[in-house]
Design a protein. Structure first.
Length: 84
């Protein structure tokens, strides 16, 4: 059965703990906890539990995305002095 828009939204906003978020990002739990401690990512407090929405993690990934054209200024350029 194909996913419906309602199930896609529900999956996108699924609440993850730090360990699950680390697996989702491909990082360790420590990295996720540091993002939370440094307030670099939004999180949800449910009593004593901290949870992250999957959509928040997706936004964090998108914010860090770069294209190759933005790095064109870092390419090495060599100038040959033919008079030397």
């Amino acid at each position: 059965m194909p996913p419906t828009p309602e199930t896609e939204v529900g999956r996108r906003d699924e609440l993850l703990d730090a360990e699950q978020a680390g697996r989702y990002l491909g990082t360790g739990t420590r990295f996720v906890r540091r993002l939370i401690a440094e307030r670099r990512i939004d999180y949800i407090k449910l009593g004593k539990y901290v949870r992250l929405q999957r959509s928040t993690l997706d936004a964090f990934i998108d914010a860090g995305r770069t294209s190759t054209s933005t790095h064109s200024h870092t390419q090495a350029r060599f100038v040959v002095d033919r008079d030397a």
